[in-house]
Structures are given as C-alpha cells and as structure tokens.
Write a new protein. Structure first.
Length: 73
C-alpha cells in the first residue's frame, strides 16, 4: 500500500487497487529461484497465477454483489 502506484486516485481504495497489489507482489516483490520458476508460477498454473485469479474472482464478485460476498452464510 505504500507504493506510489497504490496512492493514485484511480487505485486507492478500489477493487482494481486490491487486484493490482496482488499481481504487483507476485510479479515484482516475491523472489523466485530463477526466471523460469517465476514464469511457471505467473503464467503456467503456479501459485502466482492461482492467487491472482482468486483475487480477480473476488474483485469481480465484489463489483457484482458488493460487500455481501464477505458475509458468512
């Protein structure tokens, strides 16, 4: 949340900002054993791809249903 890209008006407090934070972490912050491991994680079904897809799904659900997605049934 301290990155300058997280502080612009179009990002701060938005679903896009949340998604951008998750993808930014896996692409720019997390360390990988090597570039091939990073590529596999981000593009070919690794942890990064799974987590960013989950973040996207949550953002999409939030855009359709609002905060109700966080309520327990």
């Amino acid at each position: 949340m301290s990155s300058p890209t997280q502080q612009v008006a179009t990002t701060t407090g938005t679903a896009f900002g949340a998604y951008n934070a998750v993808t930014g972490y896996f692409q720019n912050v997390r360390t990988y054993k090597n570039e091939e491991a990073k590529l596999r994680s981000v593009l070919f079904g690794g942890t990064a791809q799974l987590r960013t897809q989950a973040a996207f799904d949550l953002c999409e659900a939030y855009s359709q249903k609002g905060s109700q997605i966080f309520l327990l049934n």
